[in-house]
Ligand binder design. Structure first.
Ligand code: PLP
Length: 391
């Protein structure tokens, strides 16, 4: 009577959600938990966002709560394009920007838009957001995972081998969840060279889908948009992290106008979004983000959390990958058993996620988008954890 595959997906919860729910229960029971499970910024949106919400709610402009056109308000789409052009030297036009309910539907639509045959493949560079394989598979496309190197940076030798006649796109996420790795200029250049060479060999476009919800969350490197480097690209973006608005569900998908057949791609994305049943992105929040495109996330706090955690965890003896972006740090399980590490941590009230599902085998992820106090208070528990692991 029902689709069993979807039933199973619906019933199963990701390890992230399981730990997050466990944390909530524990807190209700009065137990102390250091919850580093979810990438849910426990940080206020920038003041510009709060002001814009207030101004719009009080001013109540005409049409505030009405449906917008499917792709969004013209002014918002144009503002997004202008902002990207100004910051990254693109030549985007509003008509290539489609406002979405966060990055997830943007990605889902991109996968769907590329599907022509069930043999089509989308390559995902590990480590990756664990929803990708589900979204790709559900779009009727094969998901090919290319493992990363030991330091969680991309393995381009493996990528070159993986690209074949069925490859439609390569999906890139930098700054990366879960590793915090940011592709530097050289890495980006290498990636672009590979894709350009491969599309010549294939004799057709090879699309780069970029998932950039952490674009502005960078520490010692400039923020970057891959569309500046590669013409055949689709940008998927979310304001969930940069403006601390994950529950408001607002983002966009944009087609690089330099793409071959950019119009065709745009309308195919529009068709995919329509068929997925996303009527329009939230009207209020389209207006909010339009006013706040230059607002900055609280990088002082994230930097402080990153530096404290990295310093303290390495002092204790843990091996970590120092993040250059996003708000996650990956810690290595000494014996490679990330499940055991996560379970032991849980017994001490520390909620951290085993990363095998993210393609970062043997690591756990600590989401440090939390209050400074949570980090400071958790350090003795991490010391205890290290002792337990080395008993
Ligand atoms: N992509 C990555 C890498 C993410 O980490 C997330 C959320 O955590 C998403 C996409 C989904 O973002 P959204 O909340 O906008 O759907």
């Amino acid at each position: 009577m029902v689709n069993k595959e979807l039933y199973n997906i619906g019933k199963s919860r990701t390890v992230i959600r399981r730990l997050f729910d466990y944390g909530k229960e524990q807190r209700k029971l009065g137990h102390t938990v250091y919850d580093f499970s979810l990438g849910n910024p426990n940080v206020q949106p920038p003041q510009e966002v709060i002001d814009a919400i207030r101004e719009l709610a009080v001013g109540n402009p005409e049409g505030l709560h009405e449906y917008t056109l499917g792709p969004g308000l013209e002014s918002t789409r144009q503002a997004v394009a202008d902002n990207l052009n100004k910051r990254f030297g693109l030549s985007l036009e509003g008509r290539y920007v489609f406002m979405t309910v966060g990055a997830s539907p943007a990605l889902r639509a991109a996968f769907e838009a590329l599907k022509e045959s069930p043999d089509d493949e989308i390559i995902t560079l590990a480590p990756y957001f664990p929803e990708y394989p589900y979204f790709i598979h559900n779009a009727g496309v094969k998901c090919v995972i290319v493992p990363c190197k030991d330091d969680l940076t991309p393995d381009f030798t493996a990528l070159k081998k993986a690209i074949g006649p069925h490859t439609k796109a390569v999906l890139v996420n930098s700054p990366n969840n879960p590793s915090g790795v940011v592709y530097d200029e050289q890495t980006t250049k290498e990636l672009v060279e590979i894709l350009e060479e491969k599309q010549k060999e294939l004799g057709r476009p090879l699309i780069m889908i970029t998932d950039e919800p952490y674009r502005e969350l960078v520490y010692d490197v400039p923020d970057h948009c891959f569309a500046a480097d590669y013409d055949n690209s689709i940008i998927c973006y979310s304001f969930s992290k940069s403006l601390s608005l994950p529950g408001e569900r607002i983002g966009y998908v944009a087609v690089n106008p330099k793409m071959e057949n950019a119009d065709e791609m745009y309308w195919t994305l529009a068709g995919a979004i329509r068929m997925l049943g996303y009527v329009c992105a939230p009207s209020l929040f389209q207006r909010v983000v339009e006013k706040c495109l230059d607002a900055k996330p609280n990088m002082t706090l994230y930097r402080h959390n990153r530096d404290t955690l990295y310093k303290e965890l390495t002092r204790i003896g843990f091996e970590c990958i120092k993040p250059q972006g996003a708000f996650y740090i990956c810690l290595k399980a000494q014996d490679g058993d990330s499940e055991r590490l996560s379970e032991l941590a849980k017994s001490l009230g520390i909620l951290i996620i085993p990363c095998d599902e993210f393609g970062a085998k043997g690591f756990v992820r600590i989401a440090y988008c939390v209050k400074e106090q949570t980090i400071t208070d958790s350090i003795p528990a991490f010391e205890k954890l290290y002792e337990l692991l080395n008993k």
